[in-house]
Design a binder for this molecule. Sequence first.
Ligand SMILES: NC(=O)CCCC[C@@H]1SC[C@@H]2NC(=O)N[C@@H]21
Length: 477
Amino acid sequence: LDTYTAAVYEHSVILAKNPLKPVSSEEALKLMDENMDVLEEAIKSAAKQGAHIIVTPEGGIYGFGFTRGTLYPYLEDIPDPQVNWIPCTDPERFGSSPVQKRLSCLARHNSIYVVANIGDKKPCNSTDPKCPGDGHYQYNTDVVFDSDGKLVARYHKFNLFMIEQLQYDSPKEPEPVTFTTPFGKFGLFTCFDVLFHDPAVTLVSKLHVDTILFPTAWINVLPHLTAIEFHSAWAMGMRVNFLASNIHLPSRNMTGSGIYAPDGSRAYYYDLESMNGHLLVAELDSHPSRSPSYLPSVNWSLYATTVETFTQDYNFTGSIFFDEYTFSELHNEAGNLTVCQKDLCCHLNYRMTEKREDERYVLGAFDGLHVVEGEYYLQICTLLKCGSTDLQTCGEAVTTAHTHFDSFSLSGTFSTNYVFPEVLLSGVRLAPGEFQVLSDGRLISQNRTPQPVLTVTLFGRWYEKDPPNSHTHSIIL
Ligand SMILES: NC(=O)CCCC[C@@H]1SC[C@@H]2NC(=O)N[C@@H]21
């Protein structure tokens, strides 16, 4: 198949009333069945619309917030897919597996690949020096059942997010998991994994997958880490299809799912008002790298290292998500600006439709180790709207704006080639097809933005600079 139909479901998960209270396995299954009742409707609807594959979110079947002990009744032993198992037709082969059986039957009866996130338990004993005191490992696990209901992939999340480390173990090594279908090669990873090199980058650069499957429970952080913004940027930066399915929990700032192609979003959903789940369905190229519109790879520093430095104006500092940026204001309706921090210089050429007195925009640069809620080294060039006309608010979360840009061109002297281009517009909207990345590393738009601009950002991850085992470190606020 040259193309296929993908579906992602943003699920309004039914949470355990008190995840810290121990429950029986019957009670645990009752909650998981309630969630699977909702997922079943989404799977049936996706299949009716011709979808070949559907992705459901991380924590979409039992939620989150457990301890290691209270999570245990929700777990099943998930075998290595090499065993060739269809739980729907042979449910008792590996002990009690009601959740795997139901997911497998949903896939089989609707002839659709089903991607879900559940918990795996693996007994161990004192011959293994790393074996936890309670005698088993427990893993945050993505599973994939093919359209016959066969288990074809099992991925244990490697980069656990903060207090998740109290519920789950991380596998000793990252396990890059792939599987091949008539509509391309797939790889999968989970949520916080997207900020680290392994297994995420390896799946694309060494194993050459066409599409990433991404169950997530993503908490939005403006201006740079909102789900739709960062996940669409990762698809574009890594030049793969990316199917992101998030939990829908507006009270915890969790919303934002999408079907993203390397040249932009095919469908996305972001809604903090509604309480309901939402199904997205869209067509994608099975092998985006074989498409005539697939662009050559980008040298992210080429333009910026050869261009003459633009005027360097008065600089000041400000904080974005606890990182200290160097900022320079866009004083005029149009202009050229350069701002530098450490090794990174960011260049901006821009024209606003109209310079408003009530809105201020800055160009910012950050080159350093981010240390809050995970440690990872960043190089970021960003154009953004400040919280108010007070320059001390630059970098605060902003969701609306009134200033359109007729054109912009943003570039930076990046030391990494892993740069994710983000454009976020007023109302937390994406701008599919409205901007492009040139092979010399410029992020440009030559048309008036369809909505006013919140931020235009080149989000660089300098993996080689990460301290050892930084994915397990976190300052929790
Ligand atoms: N469940 C997960 O692993 C996903 C958590 C991702 C959260 C992203 S990554 C760093 C930012 N911090 C947040 O609170 N949200 C963002």
